[in-house]
Ligand binder design. Structure first.
Ligand code: G3H
Ligand code: 13P
Ligand code: NA
Ligand code: ZN
Length: 324
């Protein structure tokens, strides 16, 4: 069945790689994630956001994820290492609902709350979750952009002075931190970037000094990075070529994620890149074959494109291939 993150993260930290956490909202995304993980023998975290629950229905998503374990076995993956995780839980109630309904891991995101309230809420979720062997991700620091329907125009980096107290008092199993990543396909404004010789935008580097300080305070503790899509330029170009409009979309350079994956960062969240891969493929088919109206004819290529992207992340960025 589904597993929690405990052993998975311990192995990732020792092995110097990160486990991919991919969001899913529909069957094609799920199939592509599981196929990529099965073929690359990579541990994988299937993430469901509140938005995904509203879109696809919590019950259906749960059974789809449980079915994914059987699906993975049918693809020849003997011992599938698959986590079903709630992404950005914003209340005890939503976490409890997931814990009561087969999730193996949850995130309680109290990062926008005053510190003591974040501690209390995270602790409450941990106490309940741990009775059922469900692991809990907490968060300290605020990402720029929209998170939990709360929008912030600047990063509030995680304060390394708080992490020992937070981890100890809450009992959380992993900690999401803010070091300059953000959600969505517009992670930096052109003004925040520099330009290289070819005139291409180069984003500012992540705050690895903050990550180092956190790791020094909590040696061997599992760290999570949200907002880690790289916004592949070829997908953005395809979208724009076939009628889309994503000017100046920009993400986290893969080189920086590769570096992070080698550290105690053992979960890297990627959602936007999958959305871009799906949209690029759908737009291309619909533009090139205007007579097509069988959804399988555009969702099939979309699924293939996402699978390619997931494999690329696993093999070339996170290094989790061959670890499960
Ligand atoms: O944290 C954001 C994830 O990409 C989920 O996005 O809330 O639109 O499903 P969503
Ligand atoms: P991206 O928007 O960078 O894909 O981040 C996804 C995420 O953090 C989900 O929690
Ligand atoms: Na790592
Ligand atoms: Zn996130």
């Amino acid at each position: 069945g589904l597993v929690n993150t405990k052993e998975m993260f311990a192995k990732a930290i020792k092995g110097g790689y990160a486990v991919p956490a991919f969001n899913f909202n529909n069957m094609e995304q799920l199939q592509a994630i599981v196929k990529a993980a099965a073929e690359e023998k990579s541990p994988v975290i299937l993430q469901v956001s509140k938005g995904a629950r509203n879109y696809a229905n919590a019950i259906l998503l749960r059974y789809m994820a449980q079915g994914a374990v059987e699906y993975a076995k049918s693809l020849g993956w003997e011992n599938p290492q698959i986590v079903l995780h709630l992404d950005h839980g914003d209340s005890f109630e939503i976490c409890k609902d997931c814990i009561d309904n087969g999730f193996s891991s949850v995130m309680i995101d109290g990062s926008h709350l005053p510190y003591e309230e974040n501690v209390a809420l995270t602790k409450q979720v941990c106490e309940y979750a741990h009775k059922f062997d469900v692991t809990v991700e907490g968060e300290l620091g605020v990402l720029a952009g929209v998170e939990d329907e709360v929008s912030s125009d600047h990063h509030t980096y995680t304060d390394p002075e708080e992490v020992i107290d937070f981890a100890t008092r809450t009992g959380c199993d992993s900690l999401a931190i803010s070091i300059g990543t953000s959600h969505g396909a517009y992670k930096f404004t052109p003004e925040q970037c520099t330009r290289n010789e070819e005139g291409k935008l180069v984003p500012p580097p992540l705050a690895f000094d903050v990550l180092d300080a956190v790791m020094e305070k909590l040696p061997g503790f599992p760290i999570v990075l949200h907002g880690s899509s790289s916004v592949p330029q070829d997908e953005v170009d395809t979208i724009n070529k076939y009628g889309g409009k994503l000017p100046d979309a920009i993400g986290i350079p893969e080189e920086q994620l590769r570096k992070a994956a080698k550290s105690a960062v053992c979960k890297i969240n990627i959602d936007s890149d999958s959305r871009l891969a799906m949209t690029a493929a759908v737009r291309k088919v619909l533009a090139e074959k205007p007579a097509e109206f069988d959804p399988r004819k555009y969702l099939g290529p979309a699924r293939e494109n996402m699978e390619k992207l997931y494999k690329h992340k696993i093999v070339n960025v996170l290094g989790s291939n061959g670890k499960a």
